[in-house]
Design a protein around this ligand. Structure first.
Ligand code: CA
Length: 225
């Protein structure tokens, strides 16, 4: 899952980026409204954390522009206590949730998880796919109740496929959603990660559809791929 954080307080932005990275998100940072607006318009994100008080272009204007351009990613806004009118304006502009500063990072992370899973049509914070279980809260995966140890990138790949398991996901979409912008994106690494995850959970759980991509299959036929 890839997140855009638009926050001019660099210290807070760094804290959020560190927490998100530790929870296996790919993170892009923007420190003013103009840069944030551009990234949100041109890159693919699973969710955005948008401060409302921003230099150059304010948060509500950024959000209004995204929604006008039909950018549909879930947006969580950061507001300051007592600015209720700002909150109302943000919801009217298309915000999905908000957190009031100062906040606990754990609350921000929980709200973000909820936004991302709702956006992909899931109601529980544990994604269950046949014998496979992915706990989004602590990034733990199990198979038939036994823990599966994945690296950060392997987890990101599996979590993205699990969120979108109703359809095949192309390699380029995976690249866009598991790497941050400044990462050296090599599409061959996706195949490597798929191979490793298959080795750990069973090859039959990730189906390759030629020309379309990879799909997580919850009830695979034994021996299928
Ligand atoms: Ca601010």
């Amino acid at each position: 899952m890839r997140i855009l954080v638009v926050e001019d307080d660099r210290n807070l932005a760094r804290q959020m980026a560190e927490a998100l990275t530790a929870h296996h998100y790919a993170v892009d940072l923007a420190h003013d409204g103009e840069e944030g607006q551009f990234l949100g318009d041109t890159e693919s994100y699973d969710a955005v954390i948008l401060d409302l008080g921003l230099p150059v272009i304010d948060g509500v204007a950024v959000l209004t522009d995204w929604r006008r351009n039909d950018r549909r990613m879930p947006v969580l806004v950061l507001t300051v206590r007592d600015r209720w009118h700002e909150k109302v304006a943000a919801f009217d502009a298309g915000a999905d949730d908000y957190v009031v500063k100062p906040f606990h990072l754990e609350e921000l992370l929980a709200r973000l998880r909820a936004l991302i899973r709702r956006a992909s049509g899931h109601t529980s914070s544990t994604l269950v796919c046949g014998p496979l279980s992915i706990d989004l809260g602590n990034s733990k995966v199990s198979l038939d109740g036994a823990p599966v140890v994945l690296t950060a990138h392997e987890y990101k790949l599996l979590a993205y496929l699990a969120h979108h398991r109703g359809r095949p996901v192309s390699r380029s979409e995976l690249i866009e959603h598991i790497y941050s912008q400044d990462f050296d994106r090599d599409s061959n690494t996706i195949e490597v990660f798929v191979r490793r995850v298959r080795k750990k959970i069973g090859a039959e759980f990730i189906r390759t559809t030629r020309g379309l991509g990879y799909q997580l299959v919850c009830e695979p036929e034994p021996g299928a791929e």
